[in-house]
Every structure is written in structure tokens, then in C-alpha cells.
Design a protein around this ligand. Structure first.
Ligand code: XMP
Ligand code: MG
Length: 181
């Protein structure tokens, strides 16, 4: 990755593009195996905006029957996401369907806890999570991740969907940000 020039805000590349892409293929293969004998369509729900690149790469390796949906939440008021609010709901009817929530990063667990509880009231056959990054040091609520990309330390990361004030979201790799004062 010596050809990457980082801006002043970024300390280092934490996960390079090749490593991400290889892991996404592995996750898709696991999903293909686990949902191979589906009795109904699999609904993938991407949590906007952070998951959109992960989701887009993941679905292009899926061989099981699936549809893509999105949900938008507001969280992270001043670094905490205890208050999760629904901004845009999904469109698909989840009743008797298998649901896989696709999320960029698991931090406190508030977002995924909210989504799991919310979706379970809608009568799905199953609800699972696919999470690209996990920061175990930050967990407040226990969350079961069915498909995990990478475990990372408690640092702010950007790229591959993740942003800092909307910056760096479309970098093809994941980089560690300099702590912002
Ligand atoms: P919770 O605490 O609900 O948080 O598990 C999940 C959401 O927090 C955001 N988040 C980050 N976003 N770089 C980001 O760009 C990070 O390092 C980071 N840590 C948490 C993200 O929106 C995620 O969905
Ligand atoms: Mg997010």
C-alpha cells in the first residue's frame, strides 16, 4: 500500500483494499452456505449511510435469492448513540422472511440492539447481523454478530463507507483518524 498518500487527518491504513475485498468474499460464501436452502427470500437491510459500500460489495458475491432494502437512523449525538431515532424505514414486508441487517460498525451496540428488537416485532422468520467492523472495547449492550469482517481497536476509522463529518467515506480502504480536538 506504499502508493497511498494519507492526508494529515489520517494516521495509517488499518485495513487495506485487498484485505477488505477478500474478507467480504469469505462472508458472502458463509452467507451462501448458511442460507442455501432458503424457504423464503432473504432481505438484506443496509443501515445508511455507513454500510452502503460493504453491502454493495457483499451482494455481488451472493448466490442465494435475496432483495436489498435500506433503513436510516439518527444516532451519535456528540459521540454517544444511546438515542436511536428512525429517519427512514424499510420498504419490504418482513413477515415470514429471513432478515440480515448489514451494518458498517458495532460500537456501543445501541443501533443493532434497537434494530433487532424493532425487526423482531415485524414477524420475520429470522433476524441476523452482518457487521464489517467490531470495536469490542466499546460494547455496552451484548450483540450477536452472525457475520463479522474484522475486530478493531477503539479508534475512529473512516473509509469504505465510514466517514468523519461526511469526509473520507468513499476511500477504498479503512484508515485510522487522528483524534480530533
Ligand atoms: P453503536 O454505538 O450504536 O454505533 O453500536 C454504531 C454506529 O456508530 C458509528 N460509528 C462510527 N462511524 N467511524 C465511523 O465513521 C467509527 O470509528 C465509528 N464508530 C462508531 C457508525 O455510524 C455506526 O453505525
Ligand atoms: Mg452506521
Amino acid at each position: 500500500m506504499s502508493d497511498i498518500t494519507l492526508t494529515d487527518d489520517l494516521i495509517r491504513v488499518l485495513i487495506d483494499e485487498e484485505t477488505i475485498q477478500a474478507r467480504v468474499v469469505e462472508l458472502a460464501q458463509q452467507i451462501n452456505r448458511d442460507y442455501a436452502h432458503l424457504d423464503s427470500t432473504l432481505i438484506l437491510v443496509g443501515v445508511l449511510k455507513g454500510s452502503f459500500i460493504f453491502l454493495a460489495d457483499l451482494v455481488r458475491h451472493l448466490e442465494v435469492d435475496h432483495v436489498v432494502d435500506f433503513i436510516a437512523l439518527s444516532s451519535y449525538d456528540g459521540g454517544q448513540s444511546g438515542n436511536v431515532r428512525l429517519l427512514m424505514d424499510t420498504r419490504e414486508n418482513m413477515e415470514d422472511k429471513h432478515v440480515l441487517i448489514v451494518e458498517d460498525i458495532l460500537d456501543s451496540g445501541n443501533t443493532l440492539d434497537y434494530l433487532m428488537r424493532n425487526f423482531r416485532t415485524r414477524g420475520p422468520k429470522s433476524v441476523r447481523t452482518a457487521v464489517l467492523l467490531d470495536k469490542p472495547d466499546r460494547h455496552i449492550l451484548p450483540i450477536d454478530i452472525a457475520y463479522l469482517g474484522f475486530t478493531i481497536p477503539d479508534v475512529w476509522v473512516v473509509g469504505y463507507g465510514l466517514d468523519y463529518n461526511e469526509k473520507y467515506r468513499t476511500l477504498p480502504y479503512i484508515a485510522e483518524m487522528k483524534p480530533q480536538g
